[in-house]
Design a protein around this ligand. Structure first.
Ligand code: S3P
Length: 202
């Protein structure tokens, strides 16, 4: 198998998964191993909007947030190959999911309920988890989203332990995917991104 830096990664690696799965933490480390830039879609949305995600939900509602999220992800997918961590709901949006499936390699970072609860409990910044009992909400989201997340190209289980364990798992899974027939068959990211309508990002 090629070593990390010798493997040519021509498409963005997009991490999907529920809140608390560890997408940003693992994505950042994966990017270092692959010699790629790391970008977090939620941070980019906040930067573009000039306010926090909580404020976007409060002021404009979830539908407006999803529109902004779709535009920002479209813009990020138009850049050179990188590692992109996305918010947990992004892959549920049909338009966002189609772009990711067409233009990137998607990796579902799967985690069980107790791990998600433990990790999301550390911070109080997720509007969806403030709508009621976090356990019940996460359970509901797992039932609704996991069958859709399963459409990802690669699935990696998030370990309840040091991030290095999960990063190593993901690194191995991504390398083997890219070295295999599915990885070889994909066009270069920027050719796939060359849509005539251009970037409607803000
Ligand atoms: C959301 C997940 C959050 C953020 C927003 C909505 C979701 O991102 O995008 O609060 O719908 O699951 P993380 O998954 O990074 O917490």
């Amino acid at each position: 198998m090629p070593s990390a830096k010798s493997l040519k990664v021509s498409r963005t690696i997009v991490l999907i998964g529920l809140m608390g799965a560890g997408k940003s933490c693992i994505g950042r480390r994966l990017a270092t191993l692959l010699g790629l830039n790391f970008v977090d879609a939620d941070n980019e949305i906040e930067r573009a909007a000039g306010c926090t995600i909580e404020e976007i939900f409060e002021r404009h509602g979830e539908a407006a947030f999803r529109d902004g999220e779709r535009r920002v992800i479209k813009r990020l997918l138009g850049q050179a190959a990188q590692v992109l961590a996305t918010g947990g709901g992004s892959f549920m949006d049909p338009g966002t999911r189609a772009m990711i499936r067409e233009q990137a390699v998607s990796v579902w970072l799967r985690a069980d309920l107790n791990l998600l609860l433990k990790r999301t409990g550390r911070r109080n910044n997720r509007p969806l988890l403030k709508r009621g009992d976090p356990r019940a909400i996460l359970e509901h989201l797992m039932a609704e989203r996991y069958p859709v997340y399963a459409e990802a190209d690669i699935v990696v289980d998030s370990a309840d332990g040091p991030p290095e364990i999960t990063v190593e798992r993901m690194h191995a899974a991504v390398e083997s995917y890219l070295a295999g027939p599915a990885g070889a068959a994909v066009p270069d990211a920027r050719q796939a991104n060359a849509h005539p309508e251009g970037d409607a990002g803000r």
